[in-house]
Design a protein around this ligand. Structure first.
Ligand SMILES: Cc1cc2nc3c(=O)[nH]c(=O)nc-3n(C[C@H](O)[C@H](O)[C@H](O)COP(=O)(O)OP(=O)(O)OC[C@H]3O[C@@H](n4cnc5c(N)ncnc54)[C@H](O)[C@@H]3O)c2cc1C
Length: 307
């Protein structure tokens, strides 16, 4: 039997597995001839794009439920190693370590939030990168309304003015109001000289207008030096009192992808061809396409390795 392994049950992994299942059905190939298995860290298909919302109850869906009537197997586990040479992966599952062989592999591990070595960031900084982190952030906000008035109670400092930071900042005034927290003060800060740096110059004025209409303060060209449970200190010594500091500053490819012996771009994403296949640069003279596929957000197809 041939085996297709899909690592990651997010948008990319799920869509790939469903696409493969549909195609095999169209070709009349049964699951006893070709199997499809998704391996995911937990039992959830997380809709990460909704993690900034006030109620994220439905922002994750049971993978077992989605896959129950399909020909796709599910393994819940943490893939620790992908051996491209021997076509095998090592997975830590609740039942122990498993080694699984594959004929085709799809790497759909997604991205992770960059967390630089800033004092206090891990302990005191919130994030909405994963469902669990977004849930912890929501719980913290709920707890704020019970806290006594204190400097920084109504201040939310969001560090990282990319898409996620802007989206969250725009949501916060209403979210604080709904919690009964008056005089909410939202600060969107970035080390860049302007917000939404990835979105092009034309977007700047529109973003700034939207932020201003919501009363969001924008701080650019700043560097955070430390974070504590009452706020943050900037590199120039300025202190910002804020009971809530959220880190949304930049993404990297999944560390597992970074460790693969293939070509990466400067953000750690694997370089692939237009079909999202990895090019095997070690056999440069024959430029061979490997039987593995890497999907956004851990891949880029802007460039090919040179022969
Ligand atoms: C708050 C927020 C808002 C966003 N808004 C937008 C938006 O408006 N538009 C947009 O295009 N994008 C947006 N994004 C980005 C978008 O969520 C991602 O691009 C998208 O989720 C990528 O899908 P994916 O399947 O590649 O990765 P993911 O959705 O991250 O899925 C990866 C999966 O791999 C699993 N996994 C990871 N490591 C392992 C391992 N070692 N072993 C087993 N399984 C593993 C994870 O559990 C996860 O299920 C947003 C992201 C956030 C956080």
């Amino acid at each position: 039997m041939k085996k297709i392994l899909v690592i990651g049950g997010g948008f990319s992994g799920l869509a790939s597995a469903l696409g493969a299942a549909r195609r095999l059905d169209e070709l009349g190939i049964s699951s006893s001839n070709i199997s499809i298995t998704i391996i995911n860290l937990d039992g959830w298909h997380s809709i990460r794009v909704r993690n900034y919302e006030p109620d994220i109850t439905n922002a994750r869906v049971s993978l077992a439920k989605i896959l129950s009537s399909l020909r796709i197997n599910l393994i819940i586990g943490d893939v620790n190693d992908v051996d491209l040479k021997h076509h095998s992966v090592t997975v830590s599952t609740p039942k122990g370590i498993q080694t699984l062989k594959y004929d085709r592999i799809i790497l759909a591990l997604g991205s992770i939030l960059n967390r630089p070595q800033i004092y206090g960031l891990f302990e005191h900084g919130f994030s909405i990168d994963t469902w669990n982190e977004a849930a912890a952030f929501g719980k913290h906000l709920d707890g704020l309304k019970k806290q006594q008035e204190a400097s920084g109670k109504s201040t939310v400092l969001i560090v990282g003015a990319g898409l996620t930071g802007i989206e969250l900042a725009c949501e916060m005034p209403e979210r604080l109001r709904a919690l009964g927290i008056r005089n909410g003060h939202i600060i969107l800060a970035d080390s860049n000289s302007h917000v939404g740096a990835d979105m092009g110059e034309e977007a700047q004025s529109i973003i700034l207008e939207a932020l201003s209409s919501l009363g969001i303060e924008v701080l650019t060209d700043i560097q955070i030096s430390s974070i504590d449970n009452n706020g943050a200190i900037l590199n120039d010594g300025t202190r910002i009192d804020a009971k809530t500091v959220v880190w949304t500053a930049g993404m990297s490819a999944n560390p597992l992808v970074l460790g693969l012996p293939v070509n990466h771009d400067d953000r750690g994403r694997v370089i692939v061809n237009a079909e999202m296949q990895v090019i095997d640069c070690s056999r440069a003279s024959r430029r061979r396409t490997l039987q593995r596929y890497v999907l956004p957000t851990c891949a880029t197809n802007g460039s090919f390795c040179r022969t």
